[in-house]
Design a binder for this molecule. Structure first.
Ligand code: C2E
Ligand code: CA
Ligand code: CA
Length: 469
């Protein structure tokens, strides 16, 4: 074993230990500490599993979602401790209420859920309303905020777990906004509304054709010299009536509808056209694009991308494709094929959102991946959580040993930037430097930066941050 591989093994062992510790914390985090019920994450996993089983056995599955009605008032008048006592009491009631084949969870705040294999939905919903409504004595006072219930059933209403949750939420929302009866089940009226949402699909298709999808650009800073050396291209939808929409408002829907490939393609073509001159002028070196894990499941993905790239003026060596870590885990053989095909053309691959999933360093060693983007949830804690700081430092060491470049995402303040620079992080990106901006604005920043760079090649980060703001 050479000294270098020994060093890498040591680092990987340390990272594995830190990860194991984090996983243990995560496991403890499956239950809601206040009520002892499942929390939202564990509930979602459980719902999927139970729905799969129901589908396999050809039986229905109901989901009830619940929300307390005047909980805020209770909190405001008796204080948060009283609120917590009441939530714990509701937890007790739901645990007692849940029969065989049922499972209760706290989704957060004063929101609860019950997965049930009972088919008498109306009767069950009324029992839950009654259970929520029972008064309770706190600090010698009788409180009864009451609660509302929304229900949906697989397969009569919903086809999968996501739909089941969405439809039960819609039913609950109607109870909360319309008053009267304290429970509601998904029905034809709500289905019509759900269909209206589907119109957004048509709008998105039209929007794509009408050029409403725009590439925005966020600077990536080279830590050593403090210069902007790259941009990440991010999609925006200029919706005709709703204004500018961020990816969260349409990317998940586009993925569901199978439209994400077209969005990624539009962003890629427009983004390349805009940024290629910046690269040609030597203003930046790297242009990064996001691709959806769904795109990557297409066996023709890398071939098509290479073809598309050839029709732009962007050199392959300036292109980085950001792939999320979860995808690697999903289908390692296919990702290897895509990544190797792209790497052979000189395209670089970045592993996005690193550190929230499996932190798959083995994949890094096995694949030609040159860049890792540390997820912003890690960066958010880096300056004040010793454990996260240790984890990030170890990751940076390992990356250096492997010859991988690290980009820290979501750098929002000076303390984070200073920590990351000291820890040897190569690149940084985040609101502290600049938010994503449209192409025209990016161009102005780049021209201003070009003259600035001649005057001060090693501008300190704070000055770069100020210049970009
Ligand atoms: P991402 O790849 O992790 O992109 C970075 C996101 O973090 C961007 O959000 C960016 O605006 C945001 N961000 C950057 N710096 C900071 C910071 O300091 N603090 C905080 N809180 N956030 C920061 P955005 O533009 O809303 O994009 C969200 C996600 O949508 C992206 O996450 C990416 O996964 C996806 N996405 C964006 N554009 C595309 C696209 O063209 N195609 C596909 N498939 N996905 C895209
Ligand atoms: Ca990204
Ligand atoms: Ca990311």
């Amino acid at each position: 074993m050479t000294a270098q591989t020994g060093q890498i093994s040591d680092l990987m062992a340390r990272i594995a230990a830190l990860e194991a510790e984090r996983q243990q914390t995560l496991r403890l985090a499956h239950t809601d500490s206040l009520t002892g019920l499942l929390n939202r994450g564990a509930f979602t996993a459980e719902l999927c599993a139970r729905l799969d089983a129901a589908r396999a056995e050809g039986r229905p599955l109901a989901l009830f979602v619940m929300d307390l009605d005047r909980f805020k008032h209770l909190n405001d008048t008796l204080g948060h401790h009283a609120g917590d006592l009441f939530l714990a009491e509701i937890g007790e009631r739901l645990r007692a209420e849940a029969g065989a084949g049922e499972l209760a969870a706290r989704l957060g705040g004063d929101e609860f859920a019950l997965i049930s294999d009972r088919s008498d939905v109306a009767a069950r919903a009324q029992q839950l309303v009654a259970a929520l409504a029972r008064p309770h004595v706190i600090y010698g006072r009788v409180v009864s905020p009451g609660g509302s219930v929304g229900a949906a059933v697989f397969p009569a209403d919903a086809a999968d777990a996501a739909e089941l949750q969405r439809f039960a939420d819609m039913a609950l929302y109607r109870v909360k906004t319309q008053g009267g009866r304290r429970w509601s089940a998904f029905d034809a009226g709500l289905r019509a509304e759900s269909d209206r949402r589907r119109n957004l699909e048509a709008e998105l298709r039209q929007g794509l054709a009408a050029g409403q999808i725009e590439p925005w650009f966020q600077p990536v800073i080279d830590t050593a010299c403090g210069r902007m050396t790259g941009v990440e291209v991010l999609a925006r939808w200029r919706h005709p009536t709703q204004g500018l929409l961020e990816p969260a408002a349409f990317v998940p829907m586009a993925e569901e509808l199978g439209l994400i490939g077209e969005i990624d393609r539009a962003v890629f073509e427009l983004g390349c056209a805009r940024a290629a001159p910046w690269v040609a002028e030597g203003l930046i070196e790297v242009v990064s694009f996001n691709v959806s894990p769904r795109d990557l499941l297409d066996p023709g993905f890398s071939r098509k991308l290479i073809g598309r790239l050839a029709r732009t003026d962007l050199p392959a060596t300036a292109l980085t494709i950001e792939i999320t870590e979860t995808f690697l885990v999903q289908d390692l053989a296919l990702s290897r094929r895509h990544i190797e095909r792209l790497a052979a053309k000189g395209v670089r691959i970045a592993l996005d959102d690193f550190g929230i999933g499996y932190s798959n360093l083995r994949a890094l060693m096995a694949l030609p991946i040159q860049t890792v983007k540390l997820d912003r949830s890690l960066i958010a804690d880096v300056a004040h959580d010793g454990r996260v700081a240790k984890l990030v430092t170890s990751m940076l060491h390992a990356a250096r040993a492997l010859g991988v470049r690290i980009v820290a995402e979501g750098v929002e303040d000076e303390a984070q930037a200073i920590f990351l620079r000291a820890a040897g992080c190569d690149r940084m990106q985040g609101y502290w430097f600049a938010r994503p901006m449209p192409g025209d604005e990016m161009e102005q920043v780049l021209w201003a930066g070009a003259s600035h760079q001649v005057a001060a090649p090693a501008a300190p980060l704070d000055r770069v941050a100020r210049a970009l703001r």
